[in-house]
Design a protein around this ligand. Structure first.
Ligand code: NAP
Length: 282
């Protein structure tokens, strides 16, 4: 079998075109959607991520406000800035790029963001909304994975989904979203003794580990949907995921590539959450 490719770049383009239309409509009503992005310190990867987010806002007509601070910014000063942005009616989403310098408590900072503007979906309140099935902002990467699965046309109802990884930002919310879509969900992690035993029974596997070749062809049920969240480097420095794409595409029914799968969807879902937030205020 050769798996069908789940094209995250294409889905992203389609979704961003829709977001741009909605942003233009809001702007025409004098309500241009606005995203504030706060970057503290000099972490090079964070600078790249932020640049990409700012560019994506520009491409879709969302106003972005980048606030850059030196690494010695005090926690109190950062909290005061978030408070001001919470009150600012022209800002519909607030994103604080992680990681923060060690002297700043990330939990305190995330908790300070108004739930109505928590477009990253990282706060404890947003997590509680997801957990209890209330409406709210879902974390961008797992939410993007759900959109990718949707494109396969396969209903998740009654399917067995295995999530590999249990981080607060990817694995756990992913499991909750799959559960909400009526899948039967197994969550595996570093203490799971026989990962293959679980993945071989799965109709859907989401790999969010950060280690290449965590999932190989012999661990996949024929016809399964395989979503690869991982972002790693191979021996030649080339970007690769957590799954052995070349092997698994001969077994799976659908598979996301890396790059071009989950990656583009993460920023797209940030834009989608920001637009949704802005539309709620009209
Ligand atoms: P993380 O916080 O490091 O979590 C990794 C998870 O993998 C942990 O729950 C860990 O288990 C589990 N794990 C580690 N080794 C394992 C093994 N041998 N078998 C089974 N589970 C194992 O990472 P993350 O933030 O969730 O990110 C995961 C990957 O996704 C990374 O490569 C990251 O770069 C990528 N990512 C990509 C995007 C994107 O936009 N494409 C967005 C976010 C993340 P324990 O909990 O037991 O330690």
């Amino acid at each position: 079998m050769t798996a069908k490719l789940i094209d995250g770049t294409l889905l992203s383009q389609t979704m961003r075109a829709d977001i741009a239309t909605r942003a233009a409509q809001l702007t025409a009503q004098g309500k241009q959607p606005g995203l504030a992005v706060i970057l503290v310190g000099e972490d090079p990867a964070s600078h790249v991520y932020v640049r990409n987010k700012i560019k994506a806002c520009g491409d879709t007509g969302i106003r972005s406000v980048l606030e850059k601070y030196d690494a010695d910014l005090s926690e109190a000063a950062l909290l005061a800035r978030i408070d001001a942005l919470n009150q600012d009616p022209t800002i519909h989403g607030i994103l604080v790029q992680m990681p923060l310098p060690k002297h700043i408590d990330p939990q305190k900072v995330i908790a300070a963001i108004s739930t109505a503007k928590d477009v990253d979906g990282y706060s404890v309140l947003s997590a509680g909304e997801l957990m209890t099935g209330l409406p709210g902002f879902r974390p961008c990467t797992p939410w993007g994975c759900m959109k990718l699965i949707e494109t396969t046309g396969v209903s998740l109802r009654g399917k067995h989904a295995v999530v590999i990884g249990r981080s607060n930002t990817v694995g756990k919310p992913m499991a909750l979203l799959l559960l909400q879509a009526n899948a039967t969900v197994t969550v595996c992690h570093s203490a799971t003794p026989d990962l293959a035993h679980h993945t071989r029974q799965a109709d859907v596997v989401v790999a969010a580990v950060g280690r290449r070749n965590t999932l190989t062809a012999d661990m996949v049920k024929p016809g399964a949907i395989v979503i690869d969240v991982g972002m790693n480097r191979d021996d030649n420095g080339k970007l690769c995921g957590d799954v052995d794409f070349a092997g698994i595409k001969e077994v799976a029914g659908h598979i996301t590539p890396v790059p071009g799968g989950v990656g583009p969807m993460t920023i797209t879902m940030l834009l989608a959450n920001t637009i949704e937030s802005a539309e709620k205020t009209v």
